[in-house]
Design a protein around this ligand. Sequence first.
Ligand code: ADP
Ligand code: MG
Length: 653
Amino acid sequence: MPTGSSTREVMGAGRCRLSKIGATRRPPPARVRVAVRLRPFVDGTAGASDPPCVRGMDSCSLEIANWRNHQETLKYQFDAFYGERSTQQDIYAGSVQPILRHLLEGQNASVLAYGPTGAGKTHTMLGSPEQPGVIPRALMDLLQLTREEGAEGRPWALSVTMSYLEIYQEKVLDLLDPASGDLVIREDCRGTILIPGLTQKPITSFADFERHFLPASRNRTVGATRLNQRSSRSHAVLLVKVDQRERLAPFRQREGKLYLIDLAGSEDNRRTGNKGLRLKESGAINTSLFVLGKVVDALNQGLPRVPYRDSKLTRLLQDSLGGSAHSILIANIAPERRFYLDTVSALNFAARSKEVINRPFTNESLQPYVLGPVKLSQKELLGPPEAKRARGPEEEEIGSPEPMAAPASASQKLSPLQKLSSMDPAMLERLLSLDRLLASQGSQGAPLLSTPKRERMVLMKTVEEKDLEIERLKTKQKELEAKMLAQKAEEKENHCPTMLRPLSHRTVTGAKPLKKAVVMPLQLIQEQAASPNAEIHILKNKGRKRKLESLDALEPEEKAEDCWELQISPELLAHGRQKILDLLNEGSARDLRSLQRIGPKKAQLIVGWRELHGPFSQVEDLERVEGITGKQMESFLKANILGLAAGQRCGPS
Ligand code: ADP
Ligand code: MG
């Protein structure tokens, strides 16, 4: 994989195909782990004159003086407590390293450093060249792990990418591309949080990582000097993604994400007397951290609504708190007395966080016999025989390790890999009925039973989806027919001049209402829309030639004899187009499926395109969506525009 190039995170069809393994079963819980790290005195005030206000008791608990009653101490217990003498390696090996293996299982993990400014969050996460922190250590190990696991001859091929962002004043800024401005945080169809447009750099070595990370961190440091400790007022998020593709059948794909987060200082800004810009910054930080607290509380109390969406930080952490990640919160605290109140509040937050239960699951999917998600979606748009034709011979070799059975004699009906006798009878029955179905539909492809197992599964899935789609389309057509009839009846009653007017002498019967409707080709629709005076137009069908003329130019009765079939005002068509455009821009994948000719895959492709390129400016942009051809586009418009236009004008909507 080239290390110099970068990609942007997109939500494409391939991504949405990933599924939660065992989604039907509830994944086992994994509590958020909480560690507390007490840093040593750093200002040289340590000593008898300023004894620490916090004291470690053992490897899991600590005590702090109770400010209400000096005779008492408050005791806390966590998953781990690291005292002043603990090293970077202690924290890393004790709390972070153990979760890295989950990434290779296709699960997510996150490490969050929490605590007041100056308590050691950046030291813990980043450290220094002499004392490297969690980030360099985790990257070093993860890259080593992926190299070993992804080596030639191993079952999975692995690749790692990194993104680095900052949340500052509720804006998401790409530190690898600071010019890109505020980015949006979205959720895909599986509930996975993603940031379209965020730079992703492929990394294969630690040197690669440093090459991208160090300048990006400097970007942040420059801001810090200029804005006086901006870095302590923003949340820095390093995202490392591990993608895996199985080399042999069943060609699974997995994706594991690791978030390494240096949170903004948790100090109470009301006590710091901030003003102006600082006050604004503090407000923003407080919002995010305040919402973080509310999220933790809502999760602990099992409230039906968890306010993830109330701040950028919590939206991003949706995966990590009460979500699908193995999460570790490292609460950093300082020993100095001046930190006392912030230390107590950080400890209280940490204590509440350890009650949060996550349910990590594996992000895994089957990768059908294609090389990448784009090719996959193109082929999925085709039916089984077409998909077969579209697959070239080379791809057949790469993607299909099982030998292709010759679609020949009846005795050779089964794949050599799976004999009839060894097949599950239910599966056999199903394959036979599907074969019959395909044959009855005139399929030219090889019978299912003679195709290799993996391909057979894909074909079966496609047929199943097509059946569903046909059912849906039938229902939709019935609805439309009913609508048209109602519309025409209403038109007759009202003598509405802008309605569809029957132009032939033949009366419209209830039996075949749609036969009367002919939808104009797209360019004609556009022409009409451009001419404001032409309220009503008709489409003339002379043999094969179609011609558009204005109604005023004709003798109505006489011309109507001549097979005039439909008239529809440009205004109506414009409404129809606008409705489609609105759906394309605002509809969810589910909404989009209400459109004719849009099945689940195309709906996903459209949503993915929109995520990447922003709103569609016109309906024709649909052609730019990967896998939608001009021809499909035209038939899509024909199928949808009339119904939507009519619905807009006459229906109750
Ligand atoms: P924060 O990111 O929470 O604002 P820093 O990581 O910048 O805090 O730490 C503040 C100062 O304390 C820095 O000078 C840092 O080097 C020092 N420091 C923090 N933790 C430790 C530690 N465990 N050992 C030695 N020095 C530390
Ligand atoms: Mg810091």
